[in-house]
Design a protein around this ligand. Structure first.
Ligand code: ASP
Length: 584
């Protein structure tokens, strides 16, 4: 038996017990006549004591020889500590060691296994297994496990069946590029790794599984953006005989359950906002509603004066920044510089200071009188002491720019509190999205999403206006889930593929299996998928998903620990009948 207790377990009630512990040497303090060792495992730290009075000379010498991160087993007696440590649960006791076995030695680790480590990101990624010994990473992984367990509990109690779907599949177009795997046995042919189990979960509904879920790895070969991983985990769900309302209720329930069980928070408000309203009010389809600063559209009260910049703009829109009327000229100029950065891309900004005495001072006083500005304040909801920031131009671009300013100001004002949670649904997404570059429409969610009832006809006349039975779950400015009610008849699915630019042959070649299945009594169905990595990191109050993944890839998609991706040897290539052509 390696141990009778863990290193986090012993308390005053164990005093005088003889115990066996195993763990890592966290720290050694040698005072000459007495040596203390902090022994660590996943569960905590227990102080071991060796001293000249009670410990044999050999044992004391052996204790002194132990290096950091040696793996040892000890047998000893639990004693009351003379000087107690209230900071750790085992701080009232220590173990006087009688026997010590070295289970394994350790090289000196390249960084300290402490909460505040001296190791930089790169070295910690290379030695991730050592990083996992640190509380920070360890606790994140435990936290993730807890979230997953609660998800399983909630869904399983709700009658969902967990089903595994294959990883070696055929390409499904979900917007990103596929990772492909060559097939040795089928020369010249490739599997694709799933971007999501979308078609399989729909086939499970045709198969009568009724309620499916899976906590599943998905793979997308995208150019890496900050905090994206080429492989990530989804909580993937599908239900049969449901309308949008049923799905929203079920997963509102899951969100509330998680916030209650994990964070102890009771969510009472779970608003639903249409995509159009979200864009108009927040300039964003994943709004952070923990704070106000909603957009006020000013066309009616700011156009038709002498100010041409506004008169020629498609949209004039402002937000009121709380308490910012005191900004100096210099501070405002800095803000203008910020929104002019290429990442934001605004040309300029008009501002109005709402003075405490009820008067207004603006950068466009030449064109607008106090009454005009009072109207602006009304529309943007500005109060005395606020600063109204106004942008203008093309509707979509201006909204995006003002949204960036809104988020930035909220961040600066400390309004994005990590321990506050404000979920909402964004519903009624457009079915199609215009690709500005090619002029083609593609599915905003995916090609299996159904249009709102009665809108199918619109596809021919005004495709951009068709709304979908699609919804996103948004939490604190992040899209944490998205799904839709699916098409479940062959004709509609064929129409959809046609509008997405597939010839009937292409549609059949790629999705014949799904359309065939739809001919055998496919029930109405719909579903959703949540990004587990993101969900966990938001619940954990942290920004980066990498902190919650045991073995993440870096920003170039590399695992620097195992050094992947890597070339394969010629033998393997030959077997796969692949030839590299790196020049072209
Ligand atoms: N398969 C979709 C996704 O990965 C989710 C869904 O529609 O259920 O985003």
């Amino acid at each position: 038996m390696y141990r009778s207790h863990t290193c986090g377990e012993l308390r005053e009630e164990h005093i005088d017990n003889i115990v066996t512990l195993s763990g890592w040497v966290h720290k050694t303090r040698d005072k000459g006549f007495v040596v203390w060792i902090d022994l660590r495992d996943r569960f905590g730290i227990t102080q071991l004591i060796f001293d000249e009075e009670r410990t044999s000379k050999e044992l004391l010498e052996q204790a002194r020889s132990l290096g950091r991160e040696f793996v040892i087993q000890i047998k000893g007696t639990v004693l009351e500590r003379a000087s107690k440590n209230a900071n750790i649960p085992t701080g009232n006791i220590e173990v006087l060691v009688q026997e010590l076995t070295i289970l394994n030695e350790s090289k000196t680790p390249p960084f300290t296994i402490e909460d505040d480590t001296d190791g930089g990101e790169d070295i910690r990624m290379k030695y991730r297994y050592l990083d996992i010994r640190r509380n920070t990473v360890k606790n994140n992984l435990i936290f993730r496990s807890k979230v997953s367990m609660e998800v399983r509990k909630y869904l399983s109690d709700g009658g969902f069946i967990e089903v595994e779907t294959p990883y070696l599949i055929k390409s499904t177009p979900e917007g990103a590029r596929d990772f492909v795997v060559p097939s040795r046995m089928n020369e010249g042919q490739f599997y694709a790794l799933p971007q999501s189990p979308q078609t399989f979960k729909q086939l499970l509904m045709v198969g009568g599984m009724d309620k499916y879920f899976q906590i599943v790895k998905c793979f997308r070969d995208e150019d890496l953006r900050a905090d994206r991983q080429p492989e990530f985990t989804q909580i993937d769900c599908e239900m049969a005989f449901v309308e949008q309302e049923d799905i929203l209720n079920a997963f509102e329930g899951l969100t509330k359950h998680l916030l209650k069980e994990i964070k102890g928070i009771d969510i009472t408000s779970f608003p639903r906002v249409t995509y159009d309203d979200a864009m108009a009010k927040y300039g964003n389809d994943k709004p952070d509603i923990r704070f106000g600063m909603e957009f006020g559209e000013l066309n009616a009260v700011a156009q038709h004066k002498e100010f041409n910049v506004f008169n020629t703009a498609e949209l004039v829109v402002g937000i009121a920044i709380p308490g910012a009327a005191t900004y100096t000229r210099k501070e405002i100029d800095k803000l203008i510089d910020w929104i002019r950065r290429p990442q934001v891309g605004a040309k300029g900004m008009v501002y109005v200071k709402c003075n405490e005495d009820g008067s207004f001072k603006s950068s466009v006083d030449k064109f607008y009188d106090q009454e005009d500005l009072a109207n602006w304040a009304k529309v943007t909801g500005a109060k005395a002491g606020d600063l109204i920031c106004v942008l203008s131009g093309d509707t979509n671009a201006t909204r995006a720019q003002l949204s960036a300013l809104r988020m930035e100001m909220a961040e600066r004002l400390g309004l994005r509190k990590p321990e506050e949670f404000a979920p909402l649904w964004v519903i009624d997404f457009p079915l199609l999205e215009l690709d500005e570059e090619t002029g083609n429409y593609h599915a905003m969610h995916h090609p299996f999403t159904s249009p709102k009832p009665g809108q199918l006809e619109l596809l021919d006349t005004n495709p951009g206006a068709v709304k979908a039975n699609a919804y996103d779950l948004v939490l604190n400015g992040n899209e944490i889930g998205g799904g839709s009610i699916r098409i479940h008849d062959k004709e509609t699915q064929a129409t959809m593929f046609k509008h997405l630019g597939f010839t009937p042959e292409e549609a059949k070649a790629q999705f014949g299996f799904l359309m065939d299945a739809f001919q055998y009594g496919a029930p109405p169905h719909g579903g959703i998928a949540f990004g587990l990595d993101r969900l966990v990191s938001i619940l954990g109050g942290q920004e980066t998903i990498r902190d919650f993944i045991a073995f993440p890839k870096n920003n170039s998609g590399r695992d620097v620990m195992i050094d992947a991706p890597a070339p394969i040897d010629d033998e393997q290539l030959k077997e796969l009948r692949l030839q590299l052509n790196l020049e072209s």
